[in-house]
Write a protein that binds this ligand. Structure first.
Ligand code: PLP
Length: 360
């Protein structure tokens, strides 16, 4: 068996230790004679797995009791609708910060339900930067401010958390959650699809301040109301039990690594190594403003795009997989989520130097 270094933007790598533990527990979870995916979600065994996962996540992120943690389905994409449906209340307008492809999708969905004010946009830069705090034109009457702390496609990450005063801040943290500590109390709501930095696809995490869980807009489907899931402990219907269990194993793994401070240290180092390799050569290029470069998703291009296919083929043969850039950006993209070992980045950097020597 050989494990590749998989640089996919999502679904992405999971830690070997987590997969091995899942394998060991696959056929007979702790003497129950069944796999976690075969169990009732209402049985005591799964209830314990679920509670432990939530408790570990709360500890890792420092989530206070004034926040609910919801384990949902539907992906981050469903949150583009759930957020306005539940948070607009009697307001008709919300602020959105536009920093790239994922912001744009959230904005397009938001427009179905309210007047979207774009509080800042970096589109003129080709989405290669993030707006500074002084560039945010915020409406104090907005129902909420939505932003994307890390744009997975553009590789742009906010180095700060926007200050929005009394207006709740909503963050699509799909590709940056758990990569470093965050002060959860700054946010009204945080959501993330699991398949980047949490666990397998099929689970969507929502952390929401309890006072924001209120009557949704008239006509909202029961399954699209936060209240439904908060009142039922995320078990109004059958939750994604196996994904929830695997996320729990990832949370235990993160705690064993030393928590989010330790992960941040490793993630910063991994990203710095790759950016140094890119910046130190005329052969590779990353277009993003250095102040807003993502630790998690690093797009880069070759001076000669005619070499892209060769680069990808040779990288694949060297065990460095899924480096092809997003179709809207081209070139390459290396995603360096928590489960990507530092050795994977070292191997990529060495491969890039060797490739440049042979083709540069
Ligand atoms: C991947 C991603 C999404 C989409 O997530 P799904 O779970 O596939 O709906 C949304 N926002 C960001 C920032 C992402 O990286």
């Amino acid at each position: 068996m050989s494990r590749a270094f998989n640089f996919s933007a999502g679904p992405a790598m999971l830690p070997d230790e987590v997969l091995e533990r899942a394998r060991a527990e696959m056929l007979d979870y702790r003497g129950t004679g069944m796999s976690v995916m075969e169990m009732s979600h209402r049985g005591s065994t799964f209830m314990e797995i679920a509670a432990r996962a939530e408790a570990d996540l709360r500890e890792l992120m420092g989530i206070g009791e004034d926040y609910a943690v919801l384990f949902l389905q539907g992906g981050a994409t469903s949150q583009f609708a759930m957020v306005p449906l539940n948070l607009l209340g009697d307001k008709a307008t919300a602020d959105y910060i536009n920093t790239g492809q994922w912001s744009k999708k959230a904005i397009a969905e938001g427009r179905r339900y309210c007047e979207v004010r774009v509080a800042a946009s970096t589109e003129a830069s080709g989405f290669t930067t993030c707006p500074g705090p002084e560039a945010l034109d915020l409406n104090p009457q907005a129902a909420y401010v939505h932003y994307t702390p890390n744009e997975t496609i553009g590789g742009v990450e906010f180095p700060y958390v926007p200050e929005t005063g009394e207006v709740p801040l909503v963050a699509d943290m799909s590709s940056t959650i758990l990569s470093r500590p965050v002060d959860v109390s700054r946010f009204g709501l945080i959501y993330a699809g699991a398949q980047k930095n949490i666990g397998p696809a099929g689970l969507t995490l929502v952390v929401v301040r309890r006072d924001l869980i209120r009557e949704p807009r008239a006509g909202t489907p029961t399954m699209f109301a936060y209240r439904t899931h908060a009142d039922a402990g995320s078990m109004y219907n059958t939750p994604p039990t196996y994904a929830w269990y695997l996320a729990g194993l990832v949370f235990q793994w993160l705690k064993a690594q030393g928590g989010l401070e330790a992960m941040a240290e490793i993630n910063r180092r991994k990203a710095e190594k790759l950016y140094a390799a890119i910046d130190g050569s005329d052969f590779y290029h990353n277009p993003v403003d250095p102040a807003c470069r993502s630790w998690m998703n690093v797009p880069f291009t070759l001076a000669d795009p005619g070499l892209d296919a060769t680069f990808l083929r040779e990288a694949e043969a060297a065990g460095l997989k899924t480096l092809k850039g997003h179709r809207s950006v081209g070139g390459m993209r290396a995603s360096l989520y928590n489960a990507m070992p530092e050795a994977g980045v070292d191997a990529l950097v060495a491969f890039m130097a060797d490739f440049e020597r042979r083709h540069g």
